[in-house]
Design a protein around this ligand. Structure first.
Ligand code: GTP
Ligand code: MG
Length: 213
């Protein structure tokens, strides 16, 4: 089974812990208990076609003062969710800083999702879906709207990103195989060329030899 590290980043209070809780145990907490011990891991298996992926989901802290520890948590993550609260302009403005953090401190991320959370609070919404979508597009990420109270919307994120990851890996595998095939096809002619070169050399050598006598 393929095991992959998934991280959630974004400002404090956007709902990272709640999203993980909903996805892994179908629970929602009203209280905001700031995550301080970054690196809590939850696991969930997800099926993509024939493949089963084991998601290792890491919860990270959104508070500024903990930023220095984030390198360890960002490292080796293959999937990253950058979360904002659609009722909080600041959390949206900070997406670019989180993206920069990710670029600086992670060298392995393959798939990024931009998550607009708290869709149940649509009356207080200050960021339009289009703005979120445009930002996601600008960093080549997938876009999702979620409510951490609604399991389906949350599962769609993890399943969507896992699917994209598998598709990307499959494509890379196919490309590698094609390149390998091309090499094999090229090799016989390479052999032939080398053989001919050798034969010509032999011919030349026998002429050279006969010139000696
Ligand atoms: N209405 C609503 N509230 C939410 C949603 N997601 C999270 N919340 C609330 O937002 C607050 C913060 O949620 P957390 O999941 O603790 O936020 P966090 O991003 O983990 O914050 P830090 O750990 O401080 O970085 C809590 O009071 C949650 O109940 C949502 O989709 N809808
Ligand atoms: Mg948290």
């Amino acid at each position: 089974m393929i095991s992959i590290k998934v991280i959630l980043i974004g400002d404090s209070g956007v709902g990272k812990t709640c999203l993980i809780q909903q996805y892994t145990s179908k629970e929602f907490t009203e209280e905001h208990i700031t995550t301080i011990a970054a690196g809590d891991k939850s696991f969930k298996e997800v099926k993509v076609g024939e493949k089963t992926l084991k998601l290792e989901i890491w919860d990270t802290v959104g508070q500024e003062k903990f930023k220095s520890v984030n390198k360890i948590y960002m490292n080796q993550a293959k999937i990253a969710l950058i979360v904002y609260d659609m009722t909080d302009q600041n959390s949206f403005n900070n997406l670019k800083n989180w993206y920069q953090e990710l670029k600086d401190k992670n060298d392995s991320v393959e798939i990024i999702g931009v998550i607009a959370n708290k869709s149940d609070l649509y009356e207080d919404k200050v960021i339009d879906k289009e703005e979120g979508e445009n930002y996601a597009k600008s960093i080549n990420a997938l876009f999702f709207e979620t409510s951490a109270m609604d399991y389906e919307s949350v599962a769609a994120v993890f399943e969507g990103l896992a699917k994209k990851y598998v598709e990307k890996k499959d494509k890379e595998d196919r490309k590698r195989e094609e390149d390998e095939q091309k090499k094999i096809k090229l090799e016989p002619s390479k052999h032939k060329e080398e053989k001919e070169k050798d034969q010509n050399y032999e011919k030349g050598a026998s002429i050279r030899r006969s010139n000696i006598f």
